[in-house]
Design a protein around this ligand. Structure first.
Ligand SMILES: *Cc1c(COP(=O)(O)O)cnc(C)c1O
Length: 404
C-alpha cells in the first residue's frame, strides 16, 4: 500500500476506485502482502520445517483460507463451523488441528470422522469424552494435551491465555495425570503437547520461558511426543512505534530445544499471517463539532471492526487522498452505532477532512471481519481481494433480505 500522486494505492488499484465500485464500508485484502507474510514466516523457521496451521478464527473467509492453503499451510480451528470451513477451502485433514476449551460431543464426533491430525484437548472431561467417542467409533484418536505453562505473554490482558488464572489448558499436575490416562487408554494416541500463551506478542522472552517450562515437563515424563504445538500469537506493528518480534531469536530458542527433544513443531499463527494484509475502507458521513471535540462519523462501525471497542486496540487511519492541509483540530473517528465505545481512534494533526471523504483503517485482516456482527441490524460489509491489477469479490455485502 502506498501513495502515488497523493492517492492511496493497493498493489495496482486505487482506493477511491474500490469505494466507488464496491461501496463502503469494504474490507480489502492484498494477495501480495499475504504471500510475503507466509514466505517470511516459512523462511524464519525453515531449518526445522514446522507444520504451519493458520488460525482460522483470525479470518474465516473461505477464499482467503484457500489462498493460504495454496502456500502449503494447514489450519487451526476452534469450532465445527471453522473445521467445515477449512475442509471446504480444501485444507487436508492431515494438516488440521482442533483447539478450544469447550468442544461439544458433536464437534468431537465430527473431528474424529474427518480424521484430522490432532484434537488438542484442554481438560480431563474433554479427554474422557474423546475416549468415549473413539471407543464407540472403534478408532484410535490422535490427540494433544494443551498445557497452561503459567507464562505471562506480556500482551493485553484480554488476549493473554497462558497464565494460571486463564481458562485455557491444564496445569502441570493435571498434565501428568492426563498423560497417564492417555497411555492407559486403548482409544487414544497421545501425540502432542500443545501451548498457546496469548496473542499480539512482540517480545520473544515469553516464548523462551514457555519453552523452558515445556522442556522441564518433558524431562519429567516418560513419553515421546511426536509433535510440539507452540501455538501462535506472533504480533504485528499496529502503531508506528511498535517494536517487531525477533523471529530469528525465537527460531534459535526452538532449535536449541529440538536438540534435546526431537519432534515436529507445529505453529498456529493467525494475526501474523493475515493481520496487515487487510484494510477497511470507509466514508465520512458527517462531521460534527461538540464543544471541544470534532467527531468524524464514519459509515464503518464497531459491528464491522470490533477490536477497538473490545480490546481498546489501536489501528492506524489514513486518508485515501493525501493533502498538505493539516488540521489543528483533534479528530475523533467514530461509527454510527448507539454505544460510546463505537470509536476507532482519536488523532491530532490529521489532515483537514470533509464530509464524503474516504479514509482507510489499517491492519484489519485479523479479527476484523471474523469478529463482525449485525448489531443495530447493520449489514456486514463486502470483502475483496486484490492481486496485482485484478480484483475479486470474496464476500458480497449482506442484504436486508438475509436478515429480515
Ligand atoms: C487464537 C489462537 C491462535 C492464533 O493466535 P494469533 O495471535 O492470531 O496468532 C492460535 N492458537 C490458538 C489455540 C488460539 O486460540
Amino acid at each position: 500500500m502506498k501513495y502515488i500522486d497523493n492517492k492511496l494505492i493497493i498493489e495496482k488499484i486505487n482506493v477511491q476506485y474500490i469505494a466507488k465500485k464496491y461501496g463502503t464500508p469494504t474490507y480489502c485484502y492484498s494477495h501480495a502482502r499475504l504471500k510475503k507474510n507466509i514466505n517470511n514466516f516459512q523462511k524464519n523457521f525453515r531449518s526445522f520445517s514446522p507444520l504451519i496451521c493458520f488460525a482460522v478464527k483470525s479470518n474465516t473467509n473461505v477464499n482467503l483460507i484457500r489462498e493460504i492453503k495454496k502456500f502449503g499451510l494447514g489450519a487451526d480451528v476452534v469450532s465445527k463451523g471453522e473445521l467445515m470451513m477449512a475442509l471446504k477451502a480444501g485444507v487436508s485433514p492431515k494438516k488440521i488441528v482442533f483447539s478450544g476449551v469447550g468442544k461439544t460431543s458433536e464437534e468431537i464426533n465430527f473431528a474424529v470422522e474427518k480424521k484430522i491430525l490432532l484434537i488438542n484437548a484442554e481438560s480431563e472431561s474433554e479427554i474422557r469424552e474423546i475416549d468415549r467417542v473413539a471407543k464407540i467409533k472403534k478408532r484410535k484418536v490422535k490427540i494433544g494435551i494443551r498445557l497452561n505453562p503459567n507464562t505471562d505473554a506480556k500482551t493485553l490482558s484480554q488476549i493473554s491465555t497462558g497464565k494460571k488464572d486463564n481458562k485455557f489448558g491444564v496445569n502441570e499436575k493435571t498434565f501428568f495425570k492426563l498423560v497417564n490416562f492417555c497411555k492407559s487408554s486403548k482409544n487414544i494416541d497421545l501425540k502432542c503437547l500443545s501451548v498457546h500463551i496469548g496473542s499480539q506478542i512482540l517480545d520473544y522472552k515469553p516464548y523462551e520461558k514457555m519453552l523452558k517450562v515445556i522442556d522441564r515437563i518433558i524431562h519429567k515424563i516418560n513419553h515421546k511426543f511426536e509433535f510440539i504445538d507452540l501455538g501462535g500469537g506472533m504480533g504485528i506493528s499496529y502503531k508506528y512505534e511498535d517494536k517487531k518480534l525477533n523471529y530469528s531469536k525465537y527460531s534459535e530458542i526452538i532449535k536449541k530445544f529440538l536438540k534435546k527433544h526431537k519432534s515436529k513443531i507445529i505453529f498456529e499463527p493467525g494475526r501474523s499471517i493475515i493481520g496487515d494484509t487487510g484494510i477497511l475502507i470507509s466514508k465520512i458521513i458527517y462531521i460534527k463539532k461538540n464543544d471541544s471535540k470534532n467527531f468524524i462519523i464514519l459509515d464503518a462501525a464497531m459491528n464491522d471492526l470490533m477490536r477497538p471497542a473490545l480490546y481498546g486496540a489501536h489501528h492506524k487511519i489514513l486518508p485515501s487522498i493525501k493533502s498538505k492541509k493539516k488540521s489543528n483540530k483533534t479528530y475523533e473517528f467514530v461509527g454510527p452505532i448507539c454505544e460510546s465505545t463505537d470509536k476507532f481512534n482519536t488523532l491530532k494533526n490529521f489532515q483537514e477532512l470533509e464530509e464524503k471523504d474516504l479514509i482507510v483503517i489499517c491492519d484489519v485482516g485479523a479479527y476484523g471481519m471474523s469478529l463482525s456482527s449485525n448489531y443495530n441490524v447493520r449489514l456486514k460489509p463486502s470483502e475483496i481481494l486484490i492481486k496485482g491489477s485484478k480484483i475479486k469479490i470474496i464476500r458480497k455485502k449482506q442484504k436486508y433480505k438475509d436478515l429480515m
